[in-house]
Ligand binder design. Structure first.
Ligand code: BGC
Length: 766
């Protein structure tokens, strides 16, 4: 990482470490290795252990920083960083304690879960991934970094890159879906967006890839539950996005809560040292997840001292919240259970990060109150968020071109998510100002213009069960539960439906029905809303379902009965505008699913890149076949496959062409296809390339995404798209976990989603 050695000094000259002031405003520090070694040589064991401690901001409020418990610990050199503290003013106050009152005056890291935007919020990560647009995704992270750094934050716990094939797990909302190839490209884009390859700038922040590893594969989709997976699956399907983030230069890694191969990730030396350090060459530091060390006591790995030593010896550097390191490491050093070299190494990696961020040059680098006033939730950031969010919406059905809506007549907007600004930003949006988010009602009215009348009724609550609604609307993300009876709510809805030309039903999940600790066993829209929807359909008026969700849902009934379905995820602070832009056709939808939508919970885990098995189904119609791999009561295929998403226009694919039918290891093949926009609208299409390795030394998936391009094609026009395939695209981890390609026949598919059968064949030869 390139670090500028000369920076401006804003009014401090009291470092406990060596620093030369060459002029009134210039600070020159020794090069990183030397500087950090010098500093470590001055530290007591307590001060070293203090650097490994990451508490939450706890009771710190402005004006009280000096008297809080956390403040006392900072003063005593027992804190390396703080998280979840918001505002420059507070952060400055706390940093001041570290650099003015602690003995060695080491500045603090300030972390936060800046997951999909800061105050300006972008779609939840699953939504962002549905854009398939790496430039936009990178840009969203860059804007998030810009705003967060303007507010004092220098470290984000993002990107979350856990692959998941299980929509019961609530945190599918926080990741990029089920595919390792797409997930890897997104991991790179996010890291690049946050860090911009230059952490010394004041508008970039340290990124933290999480949750290492396999957090997205808990048994039964129950959060924090046991993960048990073969190594070959880890390496081929679940590890790639973490590795991609490492290769992109991510500065930190967060350990996951779950176990990996029988040992919790937080105490897993194979994972943290063999894989992460030795195989992947990671040079940054590893932080636990929230109380990850302490939780190893409940995992059954020993008492607090034992599990803290286990974590340290496994290769963990920083302890989030639990204070296991703070309370026990000294004793473990005395008892020779942990070496001083191991601790020095951990301290070094954390101080390196502080150096890279420029905090030793200027601990107040991210504390510019003027930036806080002018760079957060700006008009231009919001405009970009609106445009990005519109790209994340996925059109699932559009019978007889019901959409786009006309900007005339009367629209009945009905549903508990219609006027729900608190829910628009979605889960993990801690910095957002929910009050300022744009609801669908606001967005629809504004974008519709004066020729259109928009009537509104809530129609139903989230569900009949008030206690369920309470659990699903935590952290202030209320849906303002209506105390009227279901019949009264419905009557009002039917009344306005009767006065309208078309019904827009805003239904689905609330923001906190997905996210952490929000696993579900039922993947349908809550019953009260399904009943509402059926009642609206009975009116005979055309109905558009605007779906809000943080996960793939089971939408069989909706798909059968509703003419148009637009899946909007939780699109962020500008959601209402973005959804209206798409509904009225100002933006043509182009999002594509990055996670399979099942037909029933029983199909889960479900994903497109499955294995063929020894008894695949012989028919393509989904008919039951005895003694083949299928269900007696459900089809094998999902409702909507990975990569699926419609447009207001149509795209026609020509046959795939290939530059040669044989390829040697040092050669490349060109795969091309012509795509024609045959409909009535200009539009964008995500062209997807999949490979199948027909014979292998280990079983290979029926399809694997290996390329994609999002292109704009105007109506009536054609475009030729070309992909290049090389040996790297054919490699996989074999039974000995070697990353190799094997000679033989490959199929290459190019099409509009993972169901495509548009293919060519080639052979990899010696
Ligand atoms: C989550 C992490 C998050 C951390 C800090 C944990 O509960 O699993 O994703 O970064 O809290 O807020």
């Amino acid at each position: 990482m390139k670090i500028k050695l000369i920076v401006l000094l804003i009014g401090f000259s009291f470092f406990g470490y060596s620093q030369k002031k060459v002029s009134k405003k210039t600070v020159i520090l020794k090069p990183k290795t030397e500087f950090v070694s010098d500093l470590i040589s001055k530290m007591t064991l307590d001060e070293k252990i203090g650097q490994l401690n990451l508490p939450t901001s706890g009771d710190i409020t402005t004006g009280q920083a000096n008297s809080s418990d956390v403040a006392k610990n900072i003063e005593d050199g027992k804190v390396g960083g703080l998280f979840n503290i918001k505002s420059v003013k507070k952060i400055k106050e706390v940093q001041k304690i570290a650099v003015e009152k602690s003995r060695l005056k080491i500045p603090l890291l300030f972390g936060m879960d800046v997951i999909h935007g800061y105050e300006t919020t972008f779609p939840i990560p699953l939504g962002l991934s549905s854009t398939w647009d790496m430039d936009l995704i990178e840009r969203s992270a860059q804007i998030a970094a810009q705003e967060a750094s303007a507010d004092g934050i220098n470290w984000t716990f993002s990107p979350m890159v856990d692959i998941s094939r299980d929509p019961r797990w609530g945190r599918v909302s926080e990741g990029s879906g089920e595919d390792p190839f797409l997930g890897s490209r997104i991991a790179e884009a996010m890291v690049k967006g946050y860090q911009q390859k230059d952490l010394s700038k004041n508008n970039t922040i340290l990124s933290c890839v999480k949750h290492f590893a396999l957090y997205g594969a808990p048994e039964a989709g129950r959060d924090y539950n046991t993960v048990d997976m073969s190594r070959i699956r880890m390496y081929n399907d679940y590890f790639p996005p973490y590795k991609a983030a490492i290769d992109a230069g991510v500065g930190s890694v967060m350990a996951s809560f779950n176990e990996v191969d029988g040992i919790p990730a937080t105490g897993n030396k194979w994972l943290m040292t063999n894989v992460l350090r030795n195989q992947w060459g990671f040079k940054g530091f590893v932080v636990t997840d929230y109380t990850g060390i302490n939780e190893m006591v409940d995992h059954g790995m020993g008492d607090l001292q034992t599990v803290s030593a286990l974590a340290m010896n496994a290769g963990i550097e920083m302890d989030m919240v639990g204070e296991g390191f703070l309370k026990t490491l000294k004793k473990s050093v005395d008892e020779k259970k942990v070496s001083i070299e191991q601790i020095d190494n951990a301290v070094r990696l954390i101080l390196n990060a502080k150096y890279d961020l420029g905090l030793f040059h200027d601990p107040y680098k991210y504390c510019d109150e003027n930036r806080a006033k002018t760079e957060i939730f700006t008009k231009s950031n919001r405009a970009e968020a609106r445009a990005i969010a519109a790209q994340s919406l996925v059109l699932l059905k559009n019978n007889k071109q019901l959409l786009p809506l006309k900007k005339s007549g009367t629209i009945a907007l009905i549903g508990p998510l219609a006027d729900a600004k608190e829910n628009m930003a979605g889960t993990w949006s801690v910095a957002t100002n929910m009050e300022k988010s744009i609801s669908l009602l606001t967005g629809l009215k504004e974008v519709a213009g004066t020729n259109t009348k928009v009537l509104y009724a809530k129609g139903s609550n989230l569900d009949y069960d008030a206690a369920f609604e309470e659990r699903a609307t935590m952290f202030g993300k209320t849906l303002h539960r209506d105390s009227r009876t279901s019949a009264e709510l419905l009557a009002e809805a039917l009344q306005i439906a009767g006065e309208s030309d078309i019904i827009v039903a805003a239904l689905g999940e609330s923001a906190e029905l997905s996210g952490e600790s929000s696993s579900r066993t039922n993947l349908e829209i809550p019953q009260a809303q399904r009943d509402l929807l059926q009642a609206l359909l009975k009116t005979g008026k055309p109905v558009v379902l605007v779906l809000f969700t943080g996960r793939p849902l089971v939408l069989v009934q909706e798909n059968e009965t509703v003419p148009a379905i637009l899946n909007t995820w939780f699109a962020g602070s500008e959601a209402g505008y973005s959804i209206a832009d798409v509904l009225f056709g100002d933006v043509n939808p182009s999002g594509k699913l990055t996670a399979t939508f099942p037909r029933s919970v029983g199909q889960v885990p479900i994903y497109y890149n499955q294995k063929n098995t020894g008894r695949p189904l012989m028919n393509k119609e989904g008919k039951f076949e005895k003694f083949r791999s299928n269900f007696i009561d459900e089809r094998n295929e999902p409702l909507y496959p990975f990569g699926f998403g419609l447009s207001y226009t149509n795209f026609k694919y020509d046959k795939v062409e290939i530059s040669a039918v044989k390829m040697k290891a040092d050669e490349k093949l060109k795969i091309s296809v012509e795509v024609e926009n045959t409909g009535d609208y200009n539009g964008k299409e995500v062209i997807q390339l999949y490979i199948r390795d027909l014979v292998g030394s280990v079983t290979r998936p029926v399809k694997e995404l290996k390329g994609f391009q999002k292109i704009a094609v105007n109506k009536g026009e054609k475009q030729k798209v070309t992909f290049e395939i090389g040996i790297e695209d054919l490699k996989f981890y074999n039974a000995d976990l070697q990353f190799i390609a094997e000679l033989g026949t490959f199929e290459v598919f190019v099409g509009t989603d993972s169901n495509t059968e548009n293919k060519v064949v080639f052979e990899l030869i010696k």
